[in-house]
Design a protein around this ligand. Structure first.
Ligand code: HEM
Length: 483
């Protein structure tokens, strides 16, 4: 059947790299003089940090935190505003007018193209409406069996490890395998590892370079056939091959009248609300690649940090385990009745937000917090800073999941003013996969936590490292013990 369908064609990776570099260059503006700027940390300190390659780092964003309502610094590649006031964060990021995604995400176009993470304006609105049906409550409930199968596969692997010896594993790798498995099954309706043994390593390589595309050096590396550019092109080509084959296969299944319940089928069948047209091959590729990349590393980091925090805080581990032990069923429907699990995940994202900064570029002069921010300048808000701001959080450094529990025992987010806690971003650009992520994370934690003690060794040496996501500095080597 696939033979009778027209071949799937995509833009080349090199074209995407060039387009993303050119898009960034177009947005750059010379520094504008004669404008009232907010104060900020000394420029010499910042530039020294950049020269020593200490940027991006948590120390870098932390030095802006004390400036209200925002800090300003002139950077080598343009001007930067870091907003620290919740109302101004709300104003800039929820209003979302006169701003587009920042330099980092523009560079990420090299991998994800112009999918809904990076697209803007009318295209973003139309495509978001086309992707949204894959994330309704009913759809997510439908992914439940796939999520549980992937969790069962992890449990079986852990059982083998425990049977064969001391039960040693690398927790971060385990969580990445699990979330990639879930994305593969729910996006494509199949076990990705079975489709191609090359997918996981290609994704890991692409993510490695993807992380580096955020660094200033990438701009130069992407111009020439550097090692980074070759690695990126080769790994994205592998992924494009797999996505192309999947599109072909799904189209054939749909033409046969099969009704698979995966996200890709929703995307293939989606029609533009204005024109009635479906997504082109290239658009489909960009949306699929976006979901594959945005949809697994973030949740893997959430789970990795959560296990570490539960290990470091055994009293809260016992507290949440009572909920798992008492639940008659642990399926998707049960997730909304697990307030303690939800609170543990919220608190883990407060202390270790997988997305630790969110940034934008102004496309016109905008007014915010009493200042004019000129066109072409960068605005950043940091989950890392705001989620750890002692003005808003009692016992700010402590892991206290009970802060998210209301007096009636339910989960609540009404504990801080708006603009203080934003693990999933804001409004029209809020994460489309938030409910999906929280469902898979709750199921994974409850199922695996009910059966296993996860004991990270040398846990005190772990520090957060900011890449595209906030990662633990080690792969969290751990021991497994049956509960
Ligand atoms: C704990 C897990 C996750 C976290 C912390 C997270 C965080 C975020 C954040 C902060 C944004 C907004 C970025 C910005 O405004 O610049 C975002 C957007 C996005 N996320 Fe997630 N995410 C997670 C899981 C997922 C999953 C599971 C998927 C898909 C299966 C996904 C897909 C997306 C997409 C497509 C966007 C772009 C939405 C748009 O602009 O319309 N994410 N995510």
């Amino acid at each position: 059947m696939t033979d009778t369908l027209p071949p799937v064609t995509f833009a080349s990776t090199l074209d995407r790299i060039t387009a993303s570099r050119e898009a960034n260059a177009r947005m750059r503006r010379p520094h504008r003089r004669g404008i009232d700027r907010p104060p900020g940390p000394p420029r010499a300190d910042i530039w020294r940090g950049i020269a020593r390659r200490e940027v991006p780092s948590l120390a870098f964003v932390e030095q802006f935190a004390a400036y209200q309502p925002m800090a300003y610094v002139r950077m080598p590649r343009g001007d930067l505003y870091v907003v620290n006031d919740p109302d101004v964060i709300w104003e800039v990021f929820v209003g979302d007018s006169g701003v587009i995604k920042g330099f980092g995400l523009q560079q990420a176009r090299a991998v994800v193209g112009d999918g809904i993470l990076t697209s803007e304006g009318d295209k973003h609105r139309r495509h978001r409406a086309m992707v949204q049906p894959a994330f309704t409550g009913r759809r997510i409930a439908g992914y439940g069996d796939d999520m549980l199968s992937a969790i069962e596969a992890t449990d079986a692997r852990w059982q083998q490890l425990a049977d064969a010896g001391p039960g040693r594993m690398e927790l971060v790798d385990e969580m990445t395998t699990l979330t990639l498995d879930i994305v593969g099954r729910t996006l494509f309706g199949t076990d990705l590892a079975a489709v191609s043994a090359e997918v996981a390593p290609a994704l890991a390589r692409a993510l490695g370079v993807f992380n580096r595309t955020m660094n200033p050096q990438w701009e130069l590396q992407s111009r020439y056939p550097s090692r980074s550019r070759r690695t990126l092109t080769e790994s994205v080509d592998v992924l494009d091959g797999v996505v192309g084959a999947m599109i072909q296969q799904k189209r054939a299944e749909l033409a046969r009248g099969d009704a698979p319940h995966d996200m890709m089928s929703v995307l293939i069948e989606a029609t533009d609300p204005q024109t009635g047209a479906g997504l082109t091959d290239n658009e489909l590729r960009d949306e699929v690649m976006t979901l594959m990349l945005a949809g697994h590393e973030t949740t893997s980091m959430l789970l990795s940090w959560t296990w570490l925090l539960l290990f470091r805080n055994p009293e809260w581990k016992r507290w949440v385990a009572q909920e798992w032990d008492a639940a008659p069923e642990l399926d998707v429907a049960a997730v909304s009745h697990l307030p303690r699990t939800r609170a543990v995940l919220a608190e883990a994202m407060r202390l270790y937000p997988p997305a630790w900064v969110i940034d934008r570029l102004t496309t016109v002069d905008i007014e915010a917090g009493g200042y004019v921010i000129p066109e072409g300048e960068a605005i950043l808000a940091s989950q890392w800073n705001m989620h750890r701001d002692a003005r808003f959080w009692p016992q700010v450094r402590s892991f206290r999941p009970d802060r998210w529990i209301a007096s009636d025992g339910g989960y609540t987010e009404k504990i801080v003013p708006r603009g203080v806690y934003f693990p999933f971003g804001f409004a029209a650009r809020k994460c489309i996969g938030d409910r999906f992520a929280l469902t898979e994370a709750a199921l994974a934690l409850a199922h695996l936590g009910r059966r296993w003690h996860v004991i990270p060794v040398a846990s005190r040496d772990v520090v957060p490292e900011p890449t595209v996501t906030l990662r633990p500095s080690t792969s969290l080597p751990s021991l497994l013990r049956r509960r």
